[in-house]
Structure formats: structure tokens, C-alpha cells
Design a protein around this ligand. Structure first.
Ligand code: MN
Length: 494
């Protein structure tokens, strides 16, 4: 069945994304309470400031400012010399003060952009701004009861809200943007960025239009996976086109995402900015940052994904392979990047393929089964890869036997002294001894005159049978490329 967008391709999709990133400070944005709410019992990480008790005064956490400076760098912008905090009023049980402390008209970061590759094409999404604010608590609605519970452990956690320009035009771009933001926050080391724990939450604004003018948008809130971001955009695109085609109007509203039904649903109609009665927070002085202070914080910045992507693609790796390594690097901290880009082009390609096709899946698998992780040290792992790549280029390992060898040794407690000798004893080294293989080739040709004649007369399908017979005769150890070559030359084909 065709989707509404396939039936009505004249509709243009426009998406803007707001992302809330929880900073990994030790304490909260304005109080000394512990900030790590992941496993804590409800309402144990709360003090008088988080409760909003009368007279309690917020004190700004300097570390949150430092992390915002780093995030600004990762987002290709720079922290503002002047920013300030405002109160945003709304009434909800998980917001004890009756307002959220956020930044309204003077955010800490203005502008910037996020770049990523999609199907080999570089995309740039510009950012409007990123501002600091305090997270709210959580309302919990126990099933089968007529009451709700409030957990304030999360109240006051520092958030950076990153607001993109409405420059995203496909569901895949929305996903690409979200996953690049994830990598940037991980590399900048400002957040645990654990999506499961809600360390990064995406609000997705979607509208469709057949004219230059933007249509009415909906905002689907609190998405916590890249898949949900992509699926929400796809669902809203088709739902909105369906409504408009049926002569209905799009209602500006807040929606939620039902992951089991793969649908968005209506939550409430959208407040306008003036409903929030924004006002400067009189309890907090503005944040004034000197160039010197900002530069000092940025001194310790690690290299960003864009740098690594550029280095890796310069070596001839395609973007998807580069991205797989860059992403795995933050997940597993395997320190492969410096190692890979120090190689020559051919070496880097071979290494990248081994890491992406063998090591990363193995690490994922181990993570799922909760088995002990790869235990070799980084130095030993790199020694293993160096030996394997040179054995491949000497034709002593095929890509299959290389894989077997790596799988065996990555999980070993230590490397054998002589890796080649070990591979040989495991029967993994392929035979590239031309004289020995030639004898086997000659025997197979003599034993199979019909197949040999077929190959000679140009029926190349039969060569597979001959190669297979030689492999069988040599116990699977002959170098198949060499076998192929020798059969051809014996039959006068090359
Ligand atoms: Mn917000």
C-alpha cells in the first residue's frame, strides 16, 4: 500500500528538532544534591532548593557552565560572553517552584551547526541556539490506581536544550541529525548520553506544506531513540497529509509517541510563549565569561567526530565504515582511531574492515549476552591486527581465516608469542606454495577431464568445481586465488 506521501509527493516536509541533553555534573544545576538519578530511590536526591521551599536560593553550578562551553565547541559555536537565566511559569506536579529556570532571550550558545553524512552526502543542519535549564521531576502513574506519584530526583538536573533550525526534510535526515548530536555530546564528554536513562530526549516539530509558507506544526515530545525520531517524522508526515487531503486542519498541539503501536497520539494543545510569563530570575546574576576563561576550558577538548571522519575518509574509507568506528569508539572506548589513521591507505582499509566486521559485532554480542568483554589490552589488540594484516597481504590468511583467527584471539587472556605459528597450528594458514598446489591442480584436472574441457571451451562455471576439488584435496588450506590462477594457466587460459 502506498503511503500518503507517495500518493501526494507535492507536500514538502519541514522538521525542526529540540534536544534536551542531561549534563553529567556531580551536583545539580542550582543545588548541591547529587545529580546521578539513574539507580537512586525516589526522592532521595533532593534538597530544599529542588523542593522549591520558600526562601531557598539557587546557586549556579560552575561545572555546568564549563560543560556548556564544551558543548558549544562541539556544536561549532562558542559560548556567549553574556547570558542570563529566566523563569518560565507553568503548573505541573513535578515542578515544585511553579516555574522552570531556563534561558529565554540571552542563551549561552547562539548559532552553530551539526554536520553528518547521509548516503555519501554531507548534510549541514544549522542551530538556532542552545540554552541551559533545570530539568523537572517525574510524575509516575501506577497502573490500576487512582493516584499519581512524584519523584523529584531529576528536578534540577542541568539540561542543555539544543534547538535546530527547521532545515530537516526527510525522516532519514532527522535520524542522522539525532545520532550525530549523540556522537557530539559523547565526544565532548558532557553527558553520559544514555538514551535508555533519558540522558538525551528529542522533541520533534513536524509540518507539511504544498507552498513556500510553512504549515501548522505538531510537536512530538520526549523521544528517546533514533528510531523513534525517524518513525515519528514518517508517521506525522503521512498523518498530516492525510488530514489535509480529507479537508481537515492540522491542530498545533503536543503529541506523544507510542513505541508499540508505531504511532503518535494527541496529548494537549500547545501553549504560546506568552502563556509562560517569562521574566528574568532575580535570584541569579547573569553569567559573564571572558575569552580567557572560555579558552581555558576548551584547552582540554578532545577531537570531534568530524575530525576523525575527515581523517578516515582521506584514507579511502567510506563514510559508513568511518562512522561505525567513530560510534563504536565512544561506546567501547577502544582507542582504535589514532591507530587506524596512522596506517597507510591499504593498511587502514584492511584494519577498518576487521574492526567493523569482526570486533564491533563481537563487542555488541558480548554486551547483549552479558559475557565478559574482550580482555586483550589495546596494545595486544593492535599487535594482533598488525600481524593479521601482514599475513593477509602475504596471502597466508584469507579474509575468512583472518576472521577465525581474530575471533579466537580477541577473547583470549593473552596473545601467543608467535601469532603466525599459532595460526598454523590451528590450521588457519593457507598454503601458497606454488609447487605443492600445482601438483594438486594437475591431479584434479587429470581426474576430471570433462570439467577441464568445459573450462577450456569457455564455460567458466565449471572452474568453481575444479577449484573446490583442489581445496578438498589440500584439506581446505590452499590459497583459493592461487588455485584459480594455476587452473587457468594449466588450461591455457591465461
Ligand atoms: Mn526545554
Amino acid at each position: 500500500m502506498k503511503t500518503n506521501h507517495e500518493l501526494h509527493p507535492e507536500y514538502k516536509l519541514t522538521v525542526g528538532i529540540e534536544c534536551h541533553v542531561q549534563f553529567k555534573t556531580k551536583s545539580k544545576l542550582f543545588s548541591g544534591a547529587d545529580n546521578d538519578a539513574r539507580e537512586a530511590e525516589s526522592n532521595t536526591l533532593v534538597n530544599h532548593i529542588d523542593f522549591g521551599l520558600p526562601g531557598a536560593l539557587p546557586v549556579l553550578n560552575k561545572e555546568a557552565i564549563n560543560l556548556a562551553i564544551k558543548a558549544g565547541y562541539a556544536l561549532n559555536s562558542r559560548a556567549q560572553a553574556f547570558s542570563k537565566f529566566d523563569r518560565k511559569h507553568y503548573f505541573y506536579p513535578d515542578l515544585p517552584m511553579g516555574y522552570q529556570i531556563t534561558q529565554f532571550d540571552e542563551p549561552i550558545i547562539i548559532g552553530g551547526y551539526v554536520e553528518f553524512y547521509l548516503d555519501g552526502e554531507l548534510k549541514r543542519i544549522n542551530l538556532t541556539r542552545a540554552h541551559l535549564e533545570a530539568d523537572a521531576g517525574k510524575s509516575i502513574h501506577p497502573g490500576g490506581t487512582d493516584y499519581s506519584l512524584v519523584d523529584l530526583n531529576r528536578a534540577g538536573t542541568p539540561l542543555l536544550e539544543i534547538v535546530s533550525e527547521p532545515e530537516i526534510h526527510t525522516p532519514a535526515e532527522a535520524r542522522g541529525y539525532a545520532s550525530e548530536l549523540y556522537m557530539l555530546m559523547r565526544y565532548a564528554d558532557v553527558s553520559d548520553a544514555n538514551l535508555f536513562y533519558g540522558n538525551m530526549r528529542f522533541d520533534v516539530n513536524v509540518s507539511v506544506s504544498t507552498t513556500e509558507e510553512l504549515g501548522t506544526r505538531t510537536e512530538t515530545k520526549n523521544l528517546n531513540s533514533f528510531r523513534a525520531v525517524e518513525k515519528t517524522v514518517e508517521y506525522e508526515l503521512n498523518r498530516q497529509i492525510g488530514c489535509l487531503e480529507d479537508g481537515e486542519k492540522i491542530i498545533q498541539e503536543t503529541r506523544g509517541w507510542d513505541d508499540s503501536k508505531n504511532q503518535t497520539y494527541s496529548m494537549r494543545s500547545k501553549e504560546n510563549a506568552d502563556d509562560y510569563r517569562y521574566m528574568p530570575d532575580p535570584d541569579l546574576p547573569p553569567v559573564i565569561l571572558s575569552d580567557e576563561y572560555i579558552d581555558n576550558v576548551l584547552k582540554s577538548m578532545p577531537k570531534m567526530p568530524g575530525y576523525w571522519r575527515q581523517q578516515l575518509t582521506k584514507l579511502g574509507l567510506d563514510e559508513s565504515i568511518a562512522d561505525s568506528i567513530i560510534l563504536a569508539e565512544v561506546e567501547y572506548l577502544t582507542k582504535n582511531l589514532e591507530y587506524v589513521i596512522a596506517k597507510s591507505e591499504a593498511g587502514a582499509k584492511a584494519l577498518a574492515n576487521l574492526i567493523v566486521n569482526i570486533e564491533i559485532p563481537l563487542r555488541r554480542q558480548q554486551e547483549e549476552s552479558k559475557q565478559p568483554n574482550i580482555s586483550l589490552s589495546d596494545a595486544d589488540r593492535h599487535k594482533l591486527y598488525d600481524t593479521v594484516s601482514s599475513l593477509i597481504s602475504d596471502n597466508k590468511l584469507s579474509s575468512n581465516t583472518a576472521k577465525d583467527l581474530i575471533l579466537k584471539l580477541l577473547v583470549a587472556s593473552e596473545l601467543p608469542d608467535d601469532i603466525e605459528k599459532y595460526a598454523s597450528s590451528e590450521g588457519l594458514i593457507q598454503n601458497s606454495n606454488q609447487d605443492e598446489i600445482l601438483l594438486a591442480v594437475q591431479k584434479v584436472i587429470a581426474d576430471n577431464p570433462k570439467a577441464a574441457e568445459d573450462v577450456r571451451s569457455g564455460e567458466m562455471k565449471a572452474i568453481g568445481f575444479l577449484v573446490g576439488s583442489v581445496m578438498k584435496l589440500t584439506g581446505g588450506k590452499a590459497n583459493p586465488g592461487l588455485v584459480n590462477q594455476l587452473i587457468k594457466s594449466e588450461l591455457g587460459l591465461s
